[in-house]
Design a protein around this ligand. Sequence first.
Ligand code: MCN
Ligand code: MOS
Length: 729
Amino acid sequence: MTSTILGRPLDRVDGPLKVRGAAPYPTDVTYPNLTHAALVQSTIAAGTIRRIDTDRAEAAPGVIAVITHQNTPALAEAPSDQLFPSARYPLKDDQILHHGQHVAVVVAETCEQAVAAARLVTVDYNVTAPVLGIENPDAAIVRNPFGLEHSRGDVAAALASAEVVYDQTFHIAAETNNPMGLFATVARWDGDRLVVHDSTQWPLLERRILAVMFGMPEEKVRVLVPYLGGGFGAGLRAWPHLILAAVAARMVGRPVKLVLTRPQMFNSIGHRPETRQRLRLGATREGRLVAIDHEAISTRGIAEYNVELITFGTPAAYACPNVATHDVQVSLNIPSPNAMRGPGAVEGNFAIESALDELSYQLQVDPIELRLLNYAEVHPQSGLPWSGKALRDCYRVGAERFGWAKRDPRIGSMRNGHLLVGYGMAGVSYEWYVTPCQARLSIGRDGRARVRSAATDIGTGTYTIATQMVAELLGLDPRQVDVSIGDSDLPLAPQSGGSGLAASLAGAIENAAGNLLRKFLDVVADDPRSPLGGRQPDEVTVTRGRIHAVDDPAIGESYVDILMRHGLDELTADGEKTPHPEGASVAPSPAFAAQFAEVHIDPDLGLLRVARIVTAVDGGRILNEKLAHSQVTGAVVMGIGMTLLEETIFDATGRIANATLGDYLVAVNADVPDLDVVFVGEPDRFNALGVKGVGEIGIIGVAAAIANAVYHATGRRFRSLPITIDQLL
Ligand code: MCN
Ligand code: MOS
């Protein structure tokens, strides 16, 4: 497809609305007769509620209801499937499983009254000793929790006979998602119908969970999220406060609004779990990998399952005959961890790409050469050709732009004044995924097209790329396209997650566009007045609102003419994309990247500055150069935070000790240098329009690239994140 609109750096179509403050985020939603809810949270991490006293709160000004485990209606158990767990309903009994667990919700006329009254609720607890700490021997352990452990070849034998053996452990602190928009829920019962506005990346997940918990058909639940002030994974679960807002709205018979405070954002909507990894590699003296054994341990909440696929990408990342992966989870009295940009992959990549860097120094091979030596030309497990792999181009183009050739491999050899200079790099294979998706496409008499899907735009640019795809496929100007998303009543769409929405939606829209074109041709099939009569879909194309013969643009007519002549207001077609069929002849490819970092370190002060990061990405066909660039840039910024600053600290009582943006450090402008992003590669052969995911890939290799650069500058190897000043001194 020669494209005129796809790929173009079109400005966000929702930009003007956002700049004017006219885009309704969940916190902006209001209704007549709205009430406000405030949460009361547990001040212990483990135990039971002995007594909860709500009298003073109930008597406080403006209070309408105080809901606890004693007066909550019984709800059905939330559905849970393997990849997408549900959160536990916190008021279902008197059990306390983590500090900050919601124990009551106060509903009042104003937000201030609700917050004031929430402070008047007193709770007596039977306190038990919380199970805390990833290495706590008393913690319950779950092995192979996802059923995805991998084994090929004979790792033990290969490690025993390898010329070079590597064996190290890695640690990454817990971290917390901090989208700018506070998460909020507005819930309203409209007769027997529940309408919620919520900060979610996945309206259909919430619809299903609410329907099951409240015992009603899914059509009776509507979830709306036209705009979201960021999610970064935090919006991939139906969190307890959502359920509480819906319960509260039913109990008070009025709409309820519940906005989390920033501290509540730390203990109510997940965090990246703390992790430990042990990585063993066997290699030849030249640097060819003969064995990889990758074990990962992550934390999870008691009674809360979490998917953190740390080792999942390992088996396909490099050509290696003997590979084994092991996953372990440790159950603790902590708020449930959850997805945070690049979940699992970012941790696994840090271990593997750090280890390869260590090998490169030990074997005196250039780090890029070492990776090329182990390049997976075909899918290492199936032997199938990749649907698209330009990782080699990522290395080459990234290295050129970075000036990798100027690197003096000797440790501590490069200087800028008295600052130590280090160069480091990392390779990235990121297993994004496509899931089933539907879209409905219409063209009306005004010549405008409308696409509808329950997909979301969480800041990513879905409105804009949907506009571009429809305009491209229907031959329209982008200004003639309307996009309706963020509503569970619309055709089924997956989460904005796993960097899969763009590709999923591309498939659905492409299919819908083909079906719509066919409908137009069907309408004129026997129409003697149409120059298109009897034409087959493959004989026509579309430009400027017209369907015309491929070989002769003069033979054709506009959508509008067809609709008018046949007395039609509009034509509509549905489209669907289902995941890859089994038994395909190519292996669906990850997205790939190479990331290069330059660091400057003041040896006297331990001060570390990232001077530059270059990221070269194979994202298949890029739908919008500007937005994709923003995606990668934003992810690199998060990666800098993860590597140098971010750490969620649990104190000895299980309380998060730094749950404010004053105490929890995220990367700010002063921490972020110029970031260079370049796209390489070809449209992917497996996906509609050749799209791969790019929403997360930019974060994946940052930690290893920086840590490797720190080693190059100082000779000190950091296998624990974040790398802080005190450690560098
Ligand atoms: N895109 C493109 N070309 C491609 C693929 C994507 O131009 N080949 C651009 C499009 O603008 C698209 C965006 O990148 O809207 C992201 O597409 P995709 O990679 O399919 O990811 P999703 O739409 O599934 O978004 C989720 C992804 C994830 S998993 C996290 S975490 C994350 C991320 O996106 N959270 C974000 N980026 C975020 N960006 C913002 N502003 N806010 C978040 O919460
Ligand atoms: Mo992304 S962490 O899959 O929302």
